[in-house]
Design a protein around this ligand. Structure first.
Ligand SMILES: C[S@@+](CC[C@H](N)C(=O)[O-])C[C@H]1O[C@@H](n2cnc3c(N)ncnc32)[C@H](O)[C@@H]1O
Length: 326
């Protein structure tokens, strides 16, 4: 959703924009080209992504004083800004989840379509791997991960099958164990399962997502990052958050609702009595979705849900109605 991100950030004040999930630098590049008054601080917890983004922007002659990169997890944002003497930022972007590069490199172990090691770490210097989860967790704990982070209906059956198959050695073996555990009748259309380019109907899709989220502590880190981002933004600064699954989007939506009301819990439609102060205003009611053209060009974008907001000056009332959302 590059065009939507650029459009949302068009009117931000001059200053530093933090791209907290810089990946290959696609969004960073588009923002630098569209907005002459900003510089970008690009973070990624994957060191390989930082190298790639740096190379890509060098090729485009955009790697100059207007861009800097840092191998860092987004929940260290506040400390990083302090260490760089950056008092406030004018934009904040998070394009969550894994990158196509991470999925496509077999050796990273993210894909159920190829045969790689059980790794799935976004940051290869971190300690917990998919092998630790798959071969080390208690059956109950594993079932909880699958149910909670993958919304997997057959979590218990799958966890039992994984435990019986231990030690599971590779992503292909794991995908096969999961596929066998899911009742045949519950698989989506046989066509999508057979099509190697389609991941939608694959019985291992939800379990792989869940294990990846567990390995990378994605939801906890997201929860810890969002308040830091809103705090760091200057008035009129903007934030854009792109989520790819319901667990991520729920955290984003709940946090934005909380920030939009300042945490007010007074009865809806009555004037606020508790003195809560809104810190942001939503720019769109509900989530924006990628266009049909973007989905046709990149099927992985189809689950993207983008939410954006503007930071309010202290004491400024938001006019939005916080009742409806999706
Ligand atoms: C969907 S890709 C981003 C693609 C990027 N917008 C681009 O234009 O190339 C997600 C990237 O964010 C990184 N990432 C995910 N969660 C992160 C976090 N909490 N902190 C830092 N990096 C994160 C991943 O390692 C991955 O490289």
């Amino acid at each position: 959703m590059v065009a939507e991100v650029v459009e949302t950030m068009r009117d931000i004040p001059a200053g530093v924009v933090v791209d907290a999930t810089v990946g290959s630098g696609g969004h960073a590049e588009a923002l630098l080209e569209a907005h002459r008054e900003i510089s970008i601080l690009g973070l990624d917890r994957d060191g390989d992504a930082i190298d790639r983004a740096s190379q890509n922007l060098t090729k485009q002659n955009l790697k100059n004083s207007r861009v800097d990169f840092c191998h860092l997890r987004s929940d260290y944002l506040k400390a990083e800004l302090q260490s760089r003497n950056i008092a406030s930022i004018s934009g904040f972007l998070m394009d969550l989840g894994v990158s196509s590069e991470q999925i496509d490199i077999e050796a990273r172990g993210f894909s159920f379509r190829t045969d790689g090691p059980l790794d799935m770490r976004m940051d290869r210097t971190s300690s917990l791997t998919a092998a630790d989860v798959v071969n080390g967790y208690e059956q109950e704990q594993l079932a909880e991960v699958l149910a909670h982070y993958g919304d997997e209906r057959f979590a218990r059956k799958i966890a039992k099958a994984i435990v019986s198959a231990r030690p599971v050695q590779s992503t292909a073996q794991l995908a096969e164990v999961i596929a066998r555990a899911v009742p045949q009748s519950s698989r989506r259309g046989p066509k999508s399962f057979r099509n190697p380019r389609s991941s939608k109907g694959h019985p291992a899709r939800r379990s792989f997502q869940a294990i990846r989220i567990e390995v990378n502590e994605e939801l906890r880190i997201l929860k810890d990052t969002l308040p830091q981002a809103v705090d760091a933004l200057e008035p009129e600064g903007r934030g854009v958050l792109i989520a790819y699954h319901s667990g991520e989007d729920r955290i984003v939506k709940d946090f934005l609702r909380w920030a939009e009301t300042g945490g007010c819990e007074c009865p809806p439609k009555l004037p606020c009595q508790c003195g809560a102060v809104p810190t942001i205003k939503l720019l769109h009611r509900g989530a924006r979705k990628p266009s049909a053209t973007e989905i046709a060009a990149n099927s992985r974008s189809s689950s993207a849900r983008m939410r954006s907001f503007v930071k309010l000056a202290a004491g400024c009332e938001s006019e939005t109605n916080s009742e409806t959302d999706d």
